[in-house]
Design a protein around this ligand. Structure first.
Ligand code: WQD
Length: 333
């Protein structure tokens, strides 16, 4: 039976496909390529030496979903597909609600029709909102402050209700912290369309002088050096966490929310420093005002993943920065 990966040519999706194929799973990818490239499929196959069936499809296209499930014997879905730009979501909330929520409803309806009731869902630490104090644990109260985060929380709640209604469903809600880095081969990595908003792609752009110096959003936070602290996790560690989640779903049904983070927080200035040291480059930056919606500190309590998945992140900040820079150098135009 196959594992269907929605959004499988994206940053985390592609790295998870590599992990799944390397573990001997049959992988089918569907992606609408709105924020990734078709060539990633070939790179996944080059890294693993294995084939992955690909469908260019949109989860809002019910006929396309029906075709995928009708043509394949699918055991479980690893669900990455969705828009994920926090800032954009504030301006076009309906685009995010329709794509992320309605799309997931169509996906779940098609899964149910074909008796496929296992899902690993790509959730986010953003569901912890701004009131909880790090380290963040899964049982903490949830709240959101932007439409992107609301789609993640609404999908979590929807999946909780589906599991309550039908005990045959098994769902893992994986709450990511800050995924960065790239596959060691340099063949796949974070390749966002448009102007990136996340820190590491903007550090890369500052080093390569693509759009001027990095803007550091605030140095007056109540943290050890005044800049925001986040839990950066290597994308390959994150991918490994998805394989563990799938293995757990083969053991049992029901629903669990699980943090995928390192439990260590690093500030913006510490990331800049690490990036410069490990790669022998200079990151030009300027300190500007705080960015709306940023919290001072956000990092995981990683204990639950250790307990139920026997998983923990193993790669450190230097390796994350080195692997990202290797990807940039390998793919520079
Ligand atoms: C990290 C830190 C910024 C850019 C977001 C989403 C979250 C998840 C991960 C999807 C912050 C600072 C950033 C820059 C900066 N995405 N920064 N200059 O905001 O922690 O999380 O991405 O699941 O849902 O909210 O990540 O990389 O944008 O910011 O100073 O040019 O870097 O202020 O402190 P964030 P980020």
């Amino acid at each position: 039976m196959a594992i269907l990966v929605s959004g499988g040519t994206g940053f985390i999706g592609s790295h998870t496909c590599v992990e799944l194929l390397n573990k001997g799973e049959e992988v089918i990818i569907f992606d609408n390529l709105s924020n990734s490239k078709r060539e990633v499929v070939g790179k996944i196959e080059r890294i693993t030496g294995k084939k992955a069936k690909f469908y260019k499809a949109d989860m809002l296209d019910k006929d396309a979903l029906e075709k995928i499930f009708g043509e394949n014997d699918i055991e479980a879905v690893v669900h990455f597909a969705g828009y994920k730009a926090v800032g954009e979501s504030v301006h076009v909330p309906l685009k995010y609600f329709e794509n992320n929520i309605v799309g997931t409803i169509y996906l779940c309806e098609t899964m149910k029709k074909h008796n496929c009731k296992k899902m690993v869902f790509s959730s986010s630490a953003t569901v912890y909102g701004m009131k909880n104090k790090s380290p963040l644990s899964e049982e903490m109260p949830l709240s959101v402050t932007n439409p992107y985060g609301r789609t993640k929380l609404m999908i979590e709640d929807m999946l909780r209700d589906i599991c309550t209604a039908d005990s045959e469903w098994g769902v893992m809600l994986l709450r990511y912290f800050n995924p960065i880095g790239a596959h060691k081969s340099g063949l796949i990595g974070e390749d966002p369309n448009g102007i990136p908003t996340n820190l590491l792609p903007n550090i890369v752009n500052a080093v390569t002088k693509k759009n001027g110096p990095l803007k550091v959003f605030g140095s007056d936070y109540p943290t050890r050096d005044g800049s925001c602290v986040r839990d950066y996790i290597h994308v390959e560690d994150l991918a490994a966490g998805h394989v563990c989640a799938l293995k757990e779903l083969r053991r049992r049904n029901g629903i669990e929310a699980v943090n995928l983070g390192t439990g260590n927080g690093y500030s913006v200035f510490e990331i800049i420093d690490a990036f410069e040291k490990v790669n022998g480059v200079k990151v030009p930056y300027e300190i500007v005002g705080r960015r709306d919606g940023d919290v001072a500190e956000c990092y995981a309590n990683p204990e639950k993943a250790k307990r139920i998945f026997k998983w923990n992140a193993t790669r450190g900040i230097s390796e994350m920065c080195a692997d990202l820079w290797n990807y940039v150098l390998t793919n520079r135009k």
